[in-house]
Design a protein around this ligand. Sequence first.
Ligand SMILES: Nc1nc2c(c(=O)[nH]1)N[C@H]1C(S)=C(S)[C@@H](COP(=O)(O)OP(=O)(O)OC[C@H]3O[C@@H](n4cnc5c(N)ncnc54)[C@H](O)[C@@H]3O)O[C@H]1N2
Ligand code: MOO
Length: 417
Amino acid sequence: MSSRKLLNDCFAHGGTRLRHDEAVALITGRLSCVTAVRRVPLRAATGRWLAAPVTAPRDVPLHRNAAVDGYAFAAPAPEGTLPVAARIAAGDLAPRRLAPGTAARIFTGAPVPEGADSVAMQEDCSITPDGITLPHGLKRGANVRQIGEDVAKGAEILSPGARLRPQDIAALASFGLASVRVQAPVRVAVLSNGDELRDPGGSIAPGQVFDSNRTMLKALIATLPCTVTDLGILPDQAPRIEAAIAEAARNHDLILTSGGVSQGEEDHVVAAIDRLGSRHLWQIAIKPGRPMSFGQIGDCVFLGLPGNPVAAFVCFLLYARPAIVALGGGTPDEPTRYHLPAGFSQTKKPGRREFWRGWLETTPQGPVARKFARDGSGLISGLRRASGLIEVLEDETQVTEGAAVRFLPFDQFGIQG
Ligand SMILES: Nc1nc2c(c(=O)[nH]1)N[C@H]1C(S)=C(S)[C@@H](COP(=O)(O)OP(=O)(O)OC[C@H]3O[C@@H](n4cnc5c(N)ncnc54)[C@H](O)[C@@H]3O)O[C@H]1N2
Ligand code: MOO
């Protein structure tokens, strides 16, 4: 896939607070793959986005072979005892044609000889000094794997943009391919902003907080094929923030920041983007995460996540992740929403979409979605209790126990456990 430059006009909007789905459409619709193409060995290909279609260069399997250890014969199985005229093991290349009225001892994976079309499992055969007696009722073709039955030569088995899973790697190896063309990792720079922030491992005083967002964001980024540059903590000083962002924009595809995007005088990140490039989106009608900002500096995408850890986490899943997928050459998919009965009741303000921390619990009536009681955007404990997000739409004002809610499990965002 060729590297296409970002379009500077692509995020323009009327200035009103965007709805969640408009913000997603803006990101996924306008960003495209910017990464280079690399050929990598299969061992390095898992989790990468495929850059070119893969067509099966040969049939798999390449030869008709036995699916079990047993005896090869020509159906229908003859009555009485059959002499065993040959022995064929896996790896034997060209077994002799099986003479009519005989059977061949055969092992799993071994080529089925001409003259035979079926294999009886050895446990189902009676072995006598003169040969074997076959079971009744075996269909022609039983226990035989046909040429190309897994994949036929010429079939396109993977398309560009596919994210390679271990089973895809198995398919590539089964064709004899040792390497594959994938997109290079997305180059992401991460920084935190705030005078109150301290790096874990150092000292702290009341009034300060340890920077948890940066580590969390790097862990989230690690679920995708990216390289990360850690720009550390930047204080609330406009020139420092501007210089760091300008420098990072030169050799990264995406800059991800947290903090400094709301409306205070100390919130310098958004101002820096306005000076250095263009801001295309700021403020989304969601909770948490409203002050998320989105823009570009030259060809580098900028995503300013809110400082509150829960807001940063939610915005990463909803917006940064699809942005990385699009930049990296994948296909950003809408997360799957499972409709489940609510195990709680809660009211909500209209006009914004809310994402509550939730999990599933099994009851005698089936699974229900539970909600973390407190909604505070700084509560990492709620994120840890959760296994997904409960999504409540803009026009909804009430969730009633027993009514259906939408649940977005975290595992589809690459967060396991
Ligand atoms: N007057 C207004 N105040 C606030 C608004 C608003 O619209 N008007 N929005 C609120 C919302 S919603 C959020 S979310 C926050 C986001 O603000 P910022 O992105 O500017 O974040 P900060 O003010 O820098 O920090 C907010 C909060 O998060 C803590 N924080 C920041 N960075 C980290 C980090 N790396 N690790 C851990 N914790 C972090 C920070 O100490 C603050 O407690 O603004 C609201 N205010
Ligand atoms: O919406 Mo803020 O993003 O509450 O935490």
